[in-house]
Design a protein around this ligand. Structure first.
Ligand SMILES: *Cc1c(COP(=O)(O)O)cnc(C)c1O
Length: 346
């Protein structure tokens, strides 16, 4: 009998903290943390508790529903990136979280809900996702509100040479000029990498904290945080010429030692890892062979020290490398890590 799931995520909290400090030092301004989507899959409360001890005091989630499950560290504040909708008025009233208001309608709603409570505002500088358009923005739109931070968000921060970055930054700088004394924030982790001109008064990194490389400038500075581990269900040796898995997509070219592991779609390990994924046994990288099944992958472990049923192995999950291998984005790789993993904070 086991009292633990056959999958676990080792989450390196010192690496998380070191990554946060790297973004803080690089930006040189007050640094928050995006912990939406349950802390990018790692566990928002554990992430926030640790980052709070490092001095992080502003956290971002997307919705009031996420806010309800979030324990705000003492002295910190929580921001709701999607702002407030009419049917959220009562939950917003009962919460201490601070909405990032995205439209004239949301500004008006907040005036009616809680005119004296602090709020943030999102100005869209060209991404055309959320926020009041930079073309329409006027400072008198904020009259009657207790504005804390004015935000914008970059569309192409992962591409250092994309002219969109400078254009958005220039538009935002112009708006900052009309709001003396108001804190301004433009950048997530990619934007921080673009340089101090992009830092303004506050930054909101997410991906890079969790081990993602958001921009080439961060390469070599970001530590891996998440290491999935899975358990051997069964091993076998097959003769040359035998196939493995659905569709018989892989064929052994020699006598091959195989191991089947408990890992699949429900764990965020999608079919795009077929022919590209690896497990790591005692430092040796071994290929996943054949298709990924719903709950099983098979690896060629011929080159590894003998594995037995119940042994644990690491799944190769360095985000940049795994993203290239699987064609999934680093964000997808993190947020796909489902509830079946036991999260172990080390
Ligand atoms: C998610 C998000 C962030 C964090 O972005 P990363 O690319 O993960 O660093 C920052 N700001 C806003 C508005 C976001 O939605």
């Amino acid at each position: 009998m086991t009292d633990h799931p056959p999958l676990r995520l080792k989450i390196d909290m010192d690496a998380l903290a070191a990554n946060w400090r790297w973004f803080r030092d690089r930006a040189g301004v007050d640094t928050g943390a995006a912990v939406k989507t349950n802390g990018y899959g790692l566990g928002a409360n554990a992430v926030a508790a640790r980052l709070a001890t490092e001095g992080c005091s502003i956290f971002y989630v997307t919705t009031w529903a996420e806010a309800a499950a979030f324990d705000v560290p003492p002295g910190a504040s929580l921001r709701i990136l999607h702002g407030v909708l009419p049917d959220q008025a009562s939950v917003a009233r009962a919460s201490n979280a601070i909405p990032v208001l995205n439209s004239p309608e949301q500004l008006q709603l907040w005036r009616e809900i809680a005119p004296n409570r602090p709020c943030d505002v999102m100005v869209d500088t060209g991404m055309n996702r959320l926020g009041i358009s930079w073309r329409d923005f006027r400072t008198d739109m904020l009259d009657g509100l207790n504005i804390n931070i004015v935000h914008s968000h970059l569309a192409c921060a992962d591409e250092p040479n994309n002219p969109m970055n400078f254009e958005q930054m220039s538009r935002f700088r112009e708006i900052a000029g009309t709001l003396p004394g108001v804190r301004m924030s433009l950048s997530g982790s990619g934007g921080v990498c673009l340089g101090k001109d992009y830092a303004f008064d506050h930054v909101r990194p997410g991906l890079g904290l969790y081990g993602g490389v958001p921009n080439p400038a961060a390469s070599g500075h970001i530590r891996q945080v998440v290491r999935p581990e899975t358990q051997v269900i069964q091993t076998r040796t097959i003769p040359s010429g035998d196939i493995v898995g659905y569709g018989a997509t892989w064929q052994a070219r020699r006598e091959t030692r195989l191991a089947a592991f408990n890992l699949g779609y429900g764990d965020g390990y999608l079919r795009s890892f077929a022919g590209a994924g690896e497990i790591i046994v005692a430092g040796k990288r071994l290929p996943i062979v054949g298709r990924v099944s719903m709950d099983i992958v098979v690896a060629d472990v011929t080159e590894a020290a003998p594995l037995r049923e119940g042994d644990w192995v690491e799944v190769a999950y360095d985000l940049k490398t795994a993203s290239t291998a699987s064609h999934l984005s680093q964000y997808e790789l993190l947020t796909c890590l489902g509830p079946r993993y036991e999260r172990i904070y080390i």
